[in-house]
Each structure stands twice: as structure tokens, then as C-alpha cells.
Design a protein around this ligand. Sequence first.
Ligand code: NAD
Ligand SMILES: O=P(O)(O)OC[C@H]1O[C@H](O[C@H]2[C@H](O)[C@@H](O)[C@@H](O)O[C@@H]2CO)[C@H](O)[C@@H](O)[C@@H]1O
Ligand code: MN
Length: 451
Amino acid sequence: MKTYKLAIAGGGSTYTPGIVRSLMDRLEDLPLSELRFYDIDGERQSKVVIAAKAVISEYTDRINIVETTDPQVAFDDVDFVFAQMRVGKYAMRELDEKIPLSHNVVGQETCGPGGLAYGLRTIFPMVELIDFVEKYAKPSCWIVNYSNPASIVAEGVRKLRPHARVINICDMPVATMRNMSAILGVEREELEVDYFGLNHFGWFTKVKVDGVDRLPELREHIYQYGLLTEDVSKIDYRHADSSWIKTFKNIKLIMDYFPDYIPNPYLQYYFFPDYIVETSNKEYTRANEVMDGREKSLFETVKNYEETGVLADEFHVGVHGIFIVDVTVSLAKNLAKRYLVMVENNGTIPNLPANAMVEVPCLITSKGPVPEYVGEIPYFHQAMIEQQLASEKILVEAITEGSYEKALQAFTLNKTFPSARVAKAVLDDLIEANKEYWPTLNKKYKEGVLI
Ligand SMILES: NC(=O)c1ccc[n+]([C@@H]2O[C@H](COP(=O)([O-])OP(=O)(O)OC[C@H]3O[C@@H](n4cnc5c(N)ncnc54)[C@H](O)[C@@H]3O)[C@@H](O)[C@H]2O)c1
Ligand SMILES: O=P(O)(O)OC[C@H]1O[C@H](O[C@H]2[C@H](O)[C@@H](O)[C@@H](O)O[C@@H]2CO)[C@H](O)[C@@H](O)[C@@H]1O
Ligand SMILES: [Mn+2]
């Protein structure tokens, strides 16, 4: 029987125990001989690995478990790497959210200035990870990447390491499909969707069950309730937090204005930035909710387990864990299963640039994702995507060239900003906050004069 060695980069992530449970649930499809945990924060990781080991012990004692901060130990001869790094951890996420909000601009982890700031922190560590993997892992190794901001990471990787075997994925479309299937009273796996866009910036154009498009029925439901069922906790307890309920309700708001397609929930930040700011708590953002919730409870569970031997949280898998393993099984076994992932456009959407990293249905083969032809998209959606794409592409240029001017252009182009003046004020505050993480951004001009 073929077995695999898999490494998790960002082993200290709050998602690690859930992903590990998902891997254990699927050992028949993806038999593992080794599971390696790699993180730059060994102390944090060692606590999370205690929980991961407890989960593994419920299934098997035949997997060699390695915990390390040494990239060679982590990646030597591995078949797959799951990447889930949060560069700067929650402390920096909190600033990504609160600094823009202090200027009355959307404060969000992956959208608007927060996403751009997180992108500026993440590109070089991602490239470093790719280089480690290329040096130590099997040449056939795939990196399946969840690290955010996935759209900017995908563009950075396309530009800086075009031949790297990286597949960038996001669980928001499958999470949205989970809600759709609960509303329609079918299994998520029964849905076949058509979708186009960038990551966290796309639309479902068809939601088929047995070949019949059920999007009109979902539209009727959304007009009344948003993309929620009556009992949200039955969908996924992780989405019972008030901020997620608000997000899924806001799908109604978007579709009241633009009813054709079902938007990715993250589009709320671009359609209604003013409303989002008005309804945000500037002192207590999603980062605080997560630090006081998911992160706190993980470390309390570990402490409690060490003291009592009882694992209080069973680490529910959810679509997040299921999806990354689904994609990996399809890669490993060349199953050509159809999933929404990020891929270079190359004509899939003819009226978007060939070198855009788009999120579309792809067949996942052992050679990587093969996109399904989407065709031309309406001008409205094309225009919105082009603006966001330009913001993200110019940001990556700002990173590689160390250019303040390009960073300012990227911020100004982002639809979450009301003006270049506000974009500059937010950028300048974020530079100050990110001194430890961002590449130096040099200014070529001062008051219109080249310096
Ligand atoms: N793409 C998606 O749809 C999706 C879904 C969920 C989470 N995520 C992403 O998964 C990641 C983990 O999220 P979390 O909330 O569990 O964060 P977390 O802070 O709990 O964990 C991230 C870990 O990454 C480590 N890390 C930071 N820089 C690193 C580096 N250079 N090399 C190795 N490890 C490094 C940190 O030390 C930390 O232990 C984030 O990037 C998050 O945005 C993405
Ligand atoms: O605010 P967080 O840290 O809870 O979530 C941010 C992430 O949100 C999306 O992922 C969700 C996913 O949609 C859901 O089904 C479940 O698996 O939880 C995830 C995290 O809550 C989004 O796709 C990610 O990119 C974000 O990082
Ligand atoms: Mn995502």
C-alpha cells in the first residue's frame, strides 16, 4: 500500500486539530506514514500538537509524528505540505482590522487595507516556504495552501515562483455551498455550482442539483432570510458567532441590489464599505472575537487535557478540514474531482487578463488544477474584478520593488477607500505598525519631485 508523508506548515494554527481529524477520517483514501508539524513558533506549536496527538491516538498508533521548527526536518522527502501560516499572528490581524477602522475604513482580515497589509507581510515568508519545500521535499510534492490573503498570495507566487507546485484554496465557497445545501435540503456533495471571480471576490452563477438550477429557489429564500437556515448552529457551530450570522444575512442586502448571481459573502466589504464601517465595533473586532473564542478555547482544552487526560473539545472537522483533504486526495490519486480553486486564467474567462489568478471550477489532477472554460462574464462583474485585480497586482509589485508609490496606488485602487487622501493616511499608519514585517517601501517622489 502506498503511504504518504505530509507536513503542516503553521502547525500552531487553531485549525490544526480539526485538519488532523479530517486526515484521520480519510486514512483509507490518504494513508499516512508520517505527519510533520512545522512552525516558527515552537512553543505555540508544541501545545497544539498535544491536541493533534490526542486526536490521532483515537485512530492509530502507526503514524510517525514529528514536531519541529527546522525546515529540513519538516520537509525532507515529504509528498504534501499543507500551508496555513498567519504571518504576525492575531496581534497583527487585530491591527489590520483596527487601524483602517480608526479612519472609518473597512477593517477586515483579507479584504480592503487589512488584506493588503496582511499580503505585504506574507509574500516573502510564502516564497521562503516554497524554497524550503523545493530544496528538501520530493520533486512531486504539492503545497496545498490555505494561508491568507489567498488572492494576493496566489498572485505573489505566480509572479515570484511561477513553476512552484502550489495550489491555493479557500473554504468560503464550500462553506457557502454548505448553507445552500441546508436551505435546499440536500447534501453539499449533490450541488454542482458554476462560479467565477477572484478569491473572496466572486459569484455563484448556477447551483445545480441533478442538473436542475436551483439558484432561483435560493434567491427567494435569500430575499427573506439571507443565506441562513432557521437554526444556524445546525449548519456549523463555528458560524454561530454573531459576525458570521451578520455576514450570511448581508447576502440579502447585496442581492436586493444585484439579484442575478449569489455573491461570495466577502463582497459585502466592497459593495457596502460605508455600512460595514457604521456597523463595526472599532474597539472589538473579529480578531478579538477569535482570540477570546477559538484560540482561547483551544489552549484551554490543551491545558485541561494535560491535567485530566480528557479531551474536552472533539475538534469538529467542518468544511475547512474536509475541503483541504478532498483536494489532496484528488491530487494524490489523480481523481480529477471538480472543486473551486485558484488558477491562472489563461483564457478561462476571456474578458479578464490571461495572467489573473482566478477562482473557478477546476478538475484536480495529479498534474494540478485544470480549469473548466467559463466564458465571457458581464461587464459589471468584469469591471469590479479588474479594479480589485489591479489593486492586488500593483500591491505585489510594491512588495517586489519595495515601492511606496505602488503601495499607495494599490490602496487607492481598492474599492473600500473613499479617496487617495484616506488611502495614504491608512497606509502610513500601517507602515508604522508593520515595521517588523513589511519590506521597506522607498519613496521615489517627494511633493511631486523625484528624490
Ligand atoms: N484560505 C482560506 O479559506 C482559509 C480559511 C481559514 C483559515 N485560513 C488561514 O489559515 C491560516 C491559519 O489561521 P489561524 O487562524 O489558525 O492562525 P493562527 O495564528 O492560529 O496560526 C498560524 C500559525 O502560523 C505560524 N506562522 C507564522 N509565520 C510562519 C512562517 N513563516 N512559517 C511557519 N509558520 C508560521 C504562527 O506561528 C501560527 O502558529 C491563516 O493564514 C488564515 O488566514 C485560510
Ligand atoms: O474570522 P475567522 O478567523 O473565524 O475566519 C476567517 C476565515 O473565514 C473563512 O473561512 C471559514 C469558513 O468559511 C468556515 O466554513 C469554517 O471552516 O471556518 C472558516 C473560518 O471561520 C474564509 O474562507 C477564510 O479565508 C478566512 O480566513
Ligand atoms: Mn478564504
